[in-house]
Design a protein around this ligand. Structure first.
Ligand code: UD1
Ligand code: CA
Length: 486
C-alpha cells in the first residue's frame, strides 16, 4: 500500500486532569518540545497523505504548534472519549484506507517503530494492529488480552480489569494502525459502557475481533517508547529519556560529555567533533557548537552560534549571540542578545554585553558593560569600563575603533566615538568623540601637595590633646573616691 492511502490521526483534545495544570497536557514540554510536536514530527517520515490533529482543550494553542508542521486540526467538542475523537476526524481523511492513530501524550515513539508496525499491519492483512509493550508495572494502562499467541481479543482498561487480567503485563500504547473499512463499522457498535460515559477506542478492538477480523499486537522493542505522560512524574521521566537519547547521539558524533546525567541539551542543538561539555552545562534552543570547543561547568548557552576552538569558561550565560573561532568567554560572563565576538577575541570575567560587536583579537578582560557598542580589532578595554548607552528614553551607540586602549574605570557616554589607535585615560568620563590617534582625558587633573600629610596629622593630634588630658584628671578623682569608701 502506498503512503497515499495512509492518514495519521493524533488525539490531542484532552485536558490532562491528572497534571493539575492550566495548560493542556499536549502543550507541556519534555525533551525541549511540546508533547504534541514530538508526535507529529515522529510521523513525518511516514509521508502520510494527511496528518490530522484532534484538538479540544486550548485548541488554538495546539493548532499553533502543529499547523506549521503541516498538520490540519479538527475540533472535538465536547471530548467524549478516544473513540469519539477518531470519529470526529473521519470527515478530514479523504480517500485514506488506513489510519495510524496516536495519543498526543506518548511522545517517545520513534519513526522506525511506526514503520515496522505499519509493515506488520499490511503483511498480516489485519483490521487493526496495536503497538504494545511488556512492562514491569502495567498499572494505569489498558491491558492486551490475547486469544492466541498472534491474535488479540480485546483491550481492557484498568478500571474494568478482572483480578486475572490485572496480572497481564502487556500494555496498550494507544498507538494503532486501523484499516478504515473495518474501523468505522466497529466504532459504530461501541457503547459508552464506563464510569466516564465515554466512547473508548479500545472497545473497538473487541468488536473487530468478535467479527473474526485479524487484530495484531506488535510488541515495542524498547518499552520506554510507549510511555504516556499522565502525571508530572511521567513528564519528568519522559524528559529524562529524551535528554539521554540526545546526549548519546552527540557522544556518538564525537562529543565528550562529562557526568552526562547533569547536562541538558535541547533537540535542535548540534556540536562538532572533540568538543568537550563539562558537568552542569545547558545547551538550549538552536545552539550550534563547532569542533574542539570547551564549555565548562555551569555555563548556559541559548540559541547561539559558536565556531571552532571556542572556550567558554565556567558559569557563563550566552543568549542569541555569535562567537567566532578561537573566541574565549568567561568565567562568569553574560553575553546578551546580539553579541558578536569575532575570531580570537576575549570576553572575560564579570563582563556583560548586549548588541555588541567585539572585533578580531580584541580583549574585554574584566568587569565591563558594553551595550550597543562596536569594538574594533585588537582593541583593549580596561577593567571597569562602562558604556552609558541609555539616557532613560533611548539607546545610543558607542563606536570604538581598532587598536584602541581604553584605560580602566572609564565611562563612555553614548553616542560617542573613539577613533582608531586612540587612548582613553583611566578613570575618564568621555562625553565627546576622541579623534584617531589621540588621547582622551575626561577627569580632574591630579595635584600633589608635599608635606601635607604630616602637617595634617599634627593638626589632628593637637585638636585631640585638651580632651585627652581632661579625661585623665577625671579618672584620678574617681580613684580617690573609691579608696575612701574602703
Ligand atoms: C489510553 C488508552 C489506554 C492506554 C493508554 C496509553 C483509552 C480508552 N485508553 O488511556 O488503553 O494504555 O492510553 O497511554 O483510549 N483524547 C482526546 N479526546 C478525548 C479523550 C482523549 O483527544 O475525548 C486524547 C487525549 O488528549 C490524550 C489521548 O487521547 O492525548 C489519550 O487519552 P488519555 O486520557 O490520556 O488516555 P489514557 O487514560 O492514558
Ligand atoms: Ca494517557
Amino acid at each position: 500500500m502506498s503512503n497515499h492511502d495512509l492518514a495519521v490521526i493524533v488525539l490531542a483534545a484532552g485536558k490532562g486532569t491528572r497534571l493539575k495544570s492550566s495548560l493542556a497536557k499536549v502543550l507541556h514540554k519534555a525533551g525541549g518540545r511540546t508533547l504534541v510536536e514530538h508526535i507529529v514530527r515522529a510521523c513525518e517520515p511516514l509521508k502520510a497523505r494527511e496528518t490530522v490533529v484532534v484538538v479540544g482543550h486550548q485548541a488554538e494553542q495546539v493548532a499553533a504548534v502543529v499547523e506549521p508542521l503541516g498538520a490540519v486540526t479538527v475540533l472535538q467538542q465536547p471530548q467524549n472519549g478516544t473513540g469519539h475523537a477518531v470519529q470526529v476526524a473521519k470527515r478530514t481523511l479523504g480517500r485514506a484506507k488506513c489510519a495510524l492513530v496516536l495519543p498526543g501524550d506518548a511522545p517517545l515513539v520513534r519513526p522506525e517503530t511506526l514503520k515496522a508496525m505499519l509493515a506488520a499491519h499490511h503483511n498480516g492483512n489485519a483490521g487493526a494492529t496495536i503497538l504494545s509493550a511488556v512492562v514491569a508495572d502495567p498499572s494505569g494502562y489498558g491491558r492486551i488480552v490475547r486469544k492466541s499467541e498472534t491474535a488479540v481479543s480485546a483491550i481492557v482498561e484498568e478500571s474494568q480489569l478482572t483480578d486475572e487480567q490485572r496480572e497481564i503485563n502487556e500494555i496498550n500504547s494507544a498507538i494503532y494502525c486501523f484499516s478504515l473499512e473495518s474501523l468505522w463499522p466497529a466504532l459504530a457498535q461501541v457503547k459508552p459502557n464506563n464510569k466516564h460515559r465515554e466512547l473508548y477506542l479500545t472497545d473497538a478492538i473487541a468488536v473487530m475481533s468478535g467479527k473474526g477480523e485479524t487484530v495484531l499486537a506488535q510488541v515495542a522493542g524498547d518499552s520506554r517508547e510507549v510511555l504516556g505522560c499522565n502525571t508530572r512524574a511521567d513528564l519528568a521521566e519522559v524528559d529524562r529519556i529524551f535528554r539521554e537519547w540526545k546526549r548519546n547521539a552527540l557522544m556518538d558524533a564525537g562529543v565528550t560529555i562529562q557526568l552526562p546525567e547533569t547536562v541538558l541539551i535541547d533537540p535542535d542543538v548540534s556540536a562538532g567533533e572533540d568538543t568537550v561539555i563539562e558537568a552542569g552545562v545547558q545547551l538550549l534552543g538552536k545552539t550550534k557548537l563547532g569542533a574542539r570547543c570547551s564549555v565548562k561547568t555551569g555555563s548556559v548557552i541559548v540559541d547561539s552560534v559558536i565556531g571552532d576552538d571556542v572556550k567558554v569558561e565556567p558559569h557563563s550565560l550566552i543568549v542569541e549571540s555569535r562567537l567566532e573561532d578561537r573566541a574565549t568567554v568567561g568565567p562568569f560572563a553574560r553575553l546578551r542578545v546580539g553579541t558578536h565576538v569575532k575570531s580570537g577575541a576575549r570576553v572575560g570575567n564579570f563582563v556583560e554585553t548586549k548588541k555588541a560587536v567585539i572585533g578580531e583579537g580584541a580583549k574585554v578582560p574584566h568587569l565591563t558593560y558594553l551595550g550597543d557598542a562596536k569594538v574594533g580589532a585588537k582593541t583593549n578595554i580596561g577593567a571597569g569600563t562602562i558604556t552609558c548607552n541609555y539616557d532613560g528614553f533611548e539607546k545610543h551607540p558607542t563606536t570604538i575603533g581598532r587598536g584602541v586602549f581604553i584605560g580602566s574605570d572609564s565611562v563612555l557616554v553614548a553616542p560617542v566615538r573613539i577613533g582608531d589607535h586612540a587612548y582613553v585615560a583611566a578613570g575618564s568620563t568621555i562625553t565627546e568623540n576622541v579623534p584617531d590617534d589621540s588621547l582622551g582625558i575626561g577627569r580632574g587633573r591630579q595635584v600633589n601637595k608635599p608635606g601635607w600629610a604630616s602637617k595634617k596629622r599634627r593638626e589632628l593630634a593637637a585638636a585631640l590633646q585638651p580632651k585627652k588630658s581632661a579625661r585623665r584628671s577625671n579618672r584620678k578623682k574617681s580613684n580617690r573616691k573609691s579608696k575612701k569608701h574602703r
